[in-house]
Design a protein. Structure first.
Lengths: 251, 323, 301
């Protein structure tokens, strides 16, 4: 069987006696939008940390586009084409939204480290950054300092920054976290539209089921660090174990 | 990108003109003070690169100063190399050593980083005392000559010539730093300063950038020290004492971190206190410390930062970005 | 440093005697370092800040001790009053200045305590001059005691004893008394303690003062051994930091372990490789920072 674009095999993370991620295996194909769901503490964010090199795994491996990325440092993994957002918004508060996106875009430029001049680097970063902002409807606030944006815009800016890196795989950790109902609806629509157009491979952690069903092609369900279900939304929805894990079934 | 506004540039040219013309108008003792200001200003500005632009607070920057001073002093005493060459070589040596220092210190972050820089400066201080054959021990190196330049040019042996050389070094360093902070490299430093974790996640190997900044900052600090040795005629362990590390940090904070010009003003402020207040009271250094605390509490952006904010409020457009 | 370190004597001493002598040196050094480290770790535990002025306050303690011995004639008085005086200064500093910074970032604290270090250092220089000052140990504790034909300075044995007593007393205070409970609770969850109606600000001011007083106590105790000098401050703050890093920021037991470790490395390192002692210290600090950023028993990574 041909290897998937993102191949996770028997990935585990133990903190002493606590098993945060328990023998997780997943295959994410190119162009797929995969949602990872589960109750609080199921290990979803830890799984992201393991895949993106923020935390080293206890056992198991992660392979991307055929090569092993398990032990690579996080910045190296990002350079390979995996960009992610975080649950807790993390931006450059004193820089404008545009500058945030530009810094993200600059990271993929081969001459990002140039100690003088850099007009061409900046020009390219600007073009890519502004395009990413536009894709997420943030052009109107491009000049505003990121620290002063609304929470919803900040969440979208995080996604824009990940997009500005023109990644092969996008990992979104609860993009609608902390958003109001209207903001969530808007954000989901925006995301849905550009995901359809971009044909990106996406790994999505979400709590909000509406969002999951609107965006995901496939769902992986985690419970206490282990995979308890994996399949298309309709099938997962009907899975008894999943319903049990969520205490009383899903809507 | 900073908005183009002619005022800062015009002011800069005016100041430069004054500095260039200074030797023709000022009495000798003022020239000595001015030269000292250039050297101290360079020292402080080099630290700003670490503190103000990358949030790497060093408590041991005098290690660079001392290293540069001893290197240039030793070379001037024990070889016949021309002065400008010695000064630049000493700066380069300091920068090379600093790569190692940076590599070690950046293994830690935050307070631990600061402590490691202090520890390294202390180590150098101890070595300076013990390695008597090279450093002259507690007596230090004395009688450091201002050697002639290449091709027998004696211009550097005169006060005026040396002043212009120091001015050239400061200007050169200033333009290097300015270009650096406006470049893609500099943008990454801004990112590290505001949110290092995010910068790392975006794919930048932040540790390498930090090591590079430490190396450059130490090299420029070493340049200042290398100028000091022939200026004062001596190099001793006082140049490596932790008090000086503290004072230069204060110059950066009080003058205005993250502005390059601010620290030079801070150095000037320090010298003003040192030379003016010292005639009234021995406690001038104490006042300097108290003023520092006041600035940290009430005006953390420093003198230059305050000035820029005032200009912005009055409607005169200030630059939108650092430097 | 005494008979024990005279190279001419080395051949004459048995290994056991050597170990005993150096062991006593190390333990007495550990006692001094303990006072330094425990104060810093207490302050960090409660306030999450590194008190950069710690080394300077240690030095201040030594100099105040000198004056009290010289002018009041009593070492014991110095032992009591110097820590109280410095503790009071520390509390005043916290009340007047540190309080304003609780909403700011960690760097502001570092800078301000650094400013305190500078101001205090300069004040010491102004009041006592730039020279090192000899502080005589009290008559009761001078002289030597002979064990296995080797002389042991009484003062060092006193340091060890005193250190043990204070360590036990502090341990009991932290574990068994209400004050100790309050301190431990505040260091773990200040908000909860505040919600329970305790004035957390008062606890902070108090602990900061105690921490500073402990540093000064270390200084007074150290003075007869090392003389009161200006280089003390920088070495002391680094030592204190290394101890706290090794033992873990905020851990009482950790500061004890750290003090012992550092003291033994320093003393034995100084004996066998005197020129490399400082570099060795630097290396140990580095190793710990790299391997376990949180220290062996620490709270913060």
């Amino acid at each position: 069987m041909a290897e998937a674009l993102l191949q996770v095999d028997n990935l585990s993370k133990r903190y002493g006696a606590l098993v945060a991620v328990d023998n997780v295996s997943m295959q994410v194909g190119e162009g797929e939008v995969r949602a990872v769901i589960g109750p609080n503490g199921a290990g979803k964010t830890t799984l992201f940390h393991l895949i993106t090199g923020v935390v080293p795994p206890s056992t198991g491996s992660v392979r991307f586009a055929g090569s092993d990325i398990t032990r690579l440092p996080s910045h190296a993994i990002c350079q390979r084409g995996l960009s992610r957002t975080f649950q807790l918004t993390s931006l450059f508060p004193q820089m404008s939204a545009r500058e945030n996106a530009m810094l993200a875009a600059q990271a993929r430029h081969p001459k990002r480290w140039m100690p003088f001049g850099g007009a061409s680097v900046f020009a390219q970063a600007r073009a890519t950054g502004e395009a990413a902002l536009a894709q997420l409807g943030l052009s109107r606030i491009a000049d505003r300092p990121a620290g002063l944006l609304s929470h919803g815009d900040q969440r979208l800016l995080e996604v824009a920054m990940a997009m500005a890196q023109e990644p092969k795989v996008l990992l979104l950790d609860e993009p609608t976290q902390g958003l109001s109902v209207e903001e969530t609806a808007e954000a989901v629509e925006t995301l849905a539209q550009f995901l359809a157009k971009a044909r990106l491979t996406v790994l999505l952690v979400e709590h909000d089921m509406e969002v999951v069903f609107r965006l995901a092609h496939r769902i992986t369900v985690l419970h206490r660090g282990a995979v308890i279900a994996d399949g298309p939304p309709a099938i997962v929805k009907a899975n008894a174990r999943v319903q049990e894990a969520y205490l009383g079934g899903m809507e | 990108m900073p908005k183009t506004n002619p005022l800062p540039a015009l002011a800069g040219v005016a100041v430069l003109g004054l500095l260039m013309a200074a030797p023709f108008g000022l009495p000798v003792f003022a020239m000595t003070l001015l030269t000292e200001l250039l050297i101290l200003g360079l020292f402080a500005m080099s630290l700003d690169l670490m503190v103000g632009y990358t949030n790497l607070v060093s408590f041991g920057h005098t290690a660079a100063y001392g290293l540069g001073a001893y290197a240039s002093g030793y070379m001037l005493l024990n070889s016949s190399l021309p002065l400008p060459f010695v000064v630049l070589l000493a700066a380069l040596l300091t920068g090379v050593v600093a790569i190692g220092v940076g590599w070690v210190c950046t293994l830690a972050t935050g307070v631990s980083f600061s402590m490691l820089t202090l520890a390294f400066a202390q180590l150098l201080y101890a070595i300076a005392f013990k390695w008597t054959s090279v450093t002259g021990g507690s007596d230090g190196l004395a009688g450091i000559p201002r050697r002639a330049g290449p091709f027998g040019l004696t211009i550097f042996t005169s006060k005026m010539g040396f002043y212009y050389f120091a001015l050239a070094c400061l200007l050169g360093a200033f333009f290097i730093c300015r270009a650096l902070v406006r470049s893609p490299f500099g943008t990454v430093l801004h990112g590290i300063r505001q949110n290092e974790a995010k910068t790392l996640v975006l794919g930048y190997n932040t540790r390498l950038y930090k090591i590079a900044v430490v190396a450059i900052a130490y090299a420029l600090g070493g340049l200042a020290g290398a100028l000091y040795a022939p200026f004062a005629g001596f190099a001793n362990t006082e140049l490596l004492f932790w008090l000086l590390s503290g004072q230069v940090l204060i110059m950066v904070i009080v003058g205005g971190q993250g502005t390059l010009i601010g620290p030079i003003l801070g150095a000037g402020f320090f010298m003003l206190l040192e030379h003016q207040l010292s005639s009234y009271t021995e406690a001038w250094a104490l006042f300097f410390g108290l003023i520092f605390i006041a600035f940290v509490l009430f005006a953390p952006e420093g003198i230059w930062g305050l000035a820029r904010r005032l200009f912005a409020r009055r409607g005169l457009p200030a630059e939108t970005r650092h430097g | 440093m005494g008979v024990a370190q005279d190279p001419a004597n080395v051949g004459r001493m048995s290994t056991l005697a050597l170990l005993l002598t150096q062991g006593v040196n190390a333990l007495s050094q550990a006692a001094l370092l303990f006072f330094l480290g425990v104060g810093l770790t207490l302050i960090f535990g409660i306030m999450r800040i590194v008190n950069f002025a710690h080394g300077t306050l240690y030095m201040l303690g030594a100099f105040i001790g000198y004056s009290l011995v010289r002018y009041a004639g009593s070492y014991w008085l110095a032992l009591l009053l110097a820590p109280l005086a410095v503790g009071a200064i520390g509390t005043a500093f916290e009340l007047g200045i540190l309080r304003r910074l609780y909403r700011r970032d960690a760097h502001a604290f570092l800078m301000v305590t650094f400013g305190l270090a500078l101001v205090t250092g300069e004040a010491v220089r102004l009041i006592w001059g730039s020279d090192a000052l000899q502080v005589p140990s009290p008559a009761l504790l001078s002289g030597v005691v002979f064990l296995m034909d080797e002389p042991f300075p009484v003062y060092r044995l006193f340091l060890i004893g005193f250190g043990v007593i204070v360590a036990i007393a502090m341990w009991q205070l932290l574990e068994r008394t209400r004050l100790g409970l309050l301190i431990r609770a505040t260091s773990q969850n200040a908000e909860m303690v505040h919600a329970l109606g305790v004035d957390v600000k008062l606890v902070r001011s108090g602990v900061f003062g105690i921490g500073c007083g402990l540093a000064a106590l270390g200084g007074v105790l150290a003075a007869p051994l090392v003389t009161a000098a200006h280089g003390m401050a920088a070495t002391a703050v680094i030592d204190a930091f290394v101890i706290v890093i090794i033992g873990g920021m905020g851990s009482f037991l950790g500061s004890l372990i750290g003090a012992l470790l550092v003291a033994f490395v320093q003393v034995f390192g100084n004996y066998y490789l005197p020129d490399f002692a400082l570099a060795f210290m630097y290396l140990v600090m580095l190793l710990v920072l790299v391997v376990r950023p949180g220290g062996l028993l620490g709270k913060e990574a």
